[in-house]
Design a protein around this ligand. Structure first.
Ligand code: MLT
Length: 256
């Protein structure tokens, strides 16, 4: 496994740190509505996973969710931050599950968004290999064409779509391929759900086509005391599509 690295990050606000981990194949800028809306209650810090955004990786490959989690821990060490509230969307949620398994003493609370605890099925794993081949041979635009119709709730705003499209365009094919293979190999997190001992908020877009809301609710029910909130007018990127409902739910959760 490559050595952990210090990640690029962007922060706003003051007080205890709420750290955000982005989804695939995106970057920290997907969390700007949360940085803007939650800075009054936390130091909101969004990281770029290795290879993404400003976290330059000259030799992408051999990525794992554990490596991503260790990168987050190294970044906290570098900044002298002991404990965090940690939020992750989709692939970012997979990183949060790894972070919980490997660095739980640093976790004050967990926010999961549009993610799932189950590992990939055999067909899903084969699909990851196709994704890795697709981006390596045809680039991220080909992946955008496949996913554009599935990522958002009905009638998505052009602004949100443009922002997500730009994040796809800013991600190198080698990085997206390494992400896809890392997701293929991620462990199942279902058995961890009952053993999470910190407060958890699980947000899922009510119109998430990639990870339907009912499956997410069932997983959240396995976490002792977890709060589940369906985000109306939210698809797979509910935090961006409906930041008002997202930020209200996070504010309520963190105030408790
Ligand atoms: C993501 O948004 O990070 C991906 O949809 C995760 C996945 O493909 O499992």
């Amino acid at each position: 496994m490559p050595e952990p690295m210090v990640l690029a990050s962007e922060e706003r606000g003051s007080g205890p740190v709420l750290l955000f981990v982005h989804g695939f194949p995106l970057d920290r800028t997907m969390w700007i509505p949360q940085l803007a809306g939650l800075a009054k209650i936390r130091t909101c810090m969004a990281v770029d996973l290795r290879g993404h955004g400003l976290s330059v990786d000259d030799n992408p490959g051999d990525y794992t969710m554990d490596l991503f989690a260790d990168d987050v821990a190294k970044t906290l060490d570098d900044l002298g931050i002991e404990q965090i509230d940690i939020a992750g969307l989709s692939m970012g949620g997979y990183v949060v599950f790894s972070f919980w398994r490997r660095h739980r003493e640093r976790v004050r609370s967990i926010i999961l968004a549009d993610t799932k605890a189950e590992e990939d099925s055999p067909e899903g794993k084969a699909g990851r290999e196709k994704t890795a081949e697709l981006v390596a041979s045809q680039g991220l635009e080909a992946l955008w064409s496949q996913l554009e119709g599935k990522m958002f709730a009905a009638n998505p705003s052009e602004d949100v779509k443009d922002k997500v499209h730009a994040m796809f365009q800013n991600t190198a094919p080698e990085v997206a391929a390494a992400d896809a293979l890392a997701m293929r190999d991620r462990p199942d997190s279902v058995a961890d759900l009952a053993n999470i001992t910190v407060p958890v908020l699980w947000l899922q877009g009510e119109e998430d086509q990639l990870m339907p809301v009912d499956g997410a609710r069932a997983s959240a029910e396995k976490i002792p005391g977890a709060t589940f909130v369906g985000i109306p007018k939210g698809g797979h990127l509910a935090t961006l599509e409906n930041p008002e409902a997202t930020n209200a739910a996070i504010t309520d959760f963190l105030k408790k």
